[in-house]
Design a protein around this ligand. Structure first.
Ligand SMILES: CC(C)(COP(=O)(O)OP(=O)(O)OC[C@H]1O[C@@H](n2cnc3c(N)ncnc32)[C@H](O)[C@@H]1OP(=O)(O)O)[C@@H](O)C(=O)NCCC(=O)NCCS
Length: 212
């Protein structure tokens, strides 16, 4: 996915990216308490261009250009809808009024498709209201419930990204290590932390939740 976190293989040009082998219909619309996660639409382009044109976002995700133009937004929507950027890229929208808030995605690891990689960003006006955590939980539940071949989900964040680390921790991920990955807006590589949530841990979290 163009705009999300964070692997070197995701820095390949569109021509070098593997072609999707599963249709978009594998990515159902997801509903949570306050959010609807759905495919990005042409109608999202203005809000996407406005919200994504923010260095505080671009420097935290792998492949978001900065500055970010309406052309970048139109290109992103077109390419996500034909599966050229990612197989399961979602617009995060408000359930009550349809407002576009940001994007999230769950993409297979290119060398092991039993592992998915989680990524997300929200427009700055919507930070610190629990939306990213709510979207992450909806995506994680969908992945483990509907894809029996998925064994683990990975998430990476820059070591400086306190808010994303918190989202990852609130979603039950466990620290695996550190590394360096490419960042388009920074024009180089940046240090990141790597976290993982395996299916057994997710199942435990779900059953603990039911015991409350
Ligand atoms: C990371 C990001 C998606 C978080 O979205 P969000 O909707 O604000 O996240 P949530 O509200 O679900 O959770 C954020 C948590 O971080 C905490 N937090 C945020 N800034 C913080 C700070 N400076 N110090 C301590 N905690 C902080 C919040 O208090 C909250 O934790 P809490 O619920 O325990 O109080 C959003 O900040 C963003 O889009 N940033 C730019 C792009 C990005 O970093 N994407 C992720 C790439 S890995």
């Amino acid at each position: 996915m163009q705009s999300l976190m964070l692997r070197d293989d995701q820095l390949r040009s569109p021509e070098e990216q593997p072609r999707p082998d599963r249709p978009r219909s594998d990515c159902p619309v997801l509903l949570s308490q306050r959010l609807v996660l759905r495919a990005p639409h042409i109608e999202d382009i203005d809000a996407l261009a406005h919200l994504a044109n923010n260095a505080a976002i671009a420097t935290m995700v792998a492949r978001m250009p900065h500055p970010y133009t309406a052309k970048d937004a139109a290109d992103f929507v077109r390419r996500t809808n034909i599966g050229e950027i990612g197989k399961c890229v979602y617009a995060i929208t408000k359930a009550d009024n349809g407002e576009f808030l940001g994007c999230c995605a769950m993409e297979p690891n290119p060398v092991d498709d039993t592992i998915l990689e989680l990524g997300y960003w929200l427009g700055e006006p919507y930070w610190n209201r629990g939306y990213a955590t709510e979207a992450a939980h909806a995506l994680i539940d969908m992945a483990f419930r509907t894809r029996e071949w998925v064994s683990r989900i990975d998430a990476r964040c820059r070591v400086t990204n306190i808010a994303s680390r918190r989202v990852i921790q609130k979603s039950g991920f466990q620290f695996q290590g550190t590394g360096m990955v490419g960042n388009l807006a920074m024009g180089g590589t940046v240090p990141v932390e790597w976290y993982r949530l395996d299916r057994k841990t997710w199942l435990s979290l779900k059953s603990w939740g039911e015991m409350r």
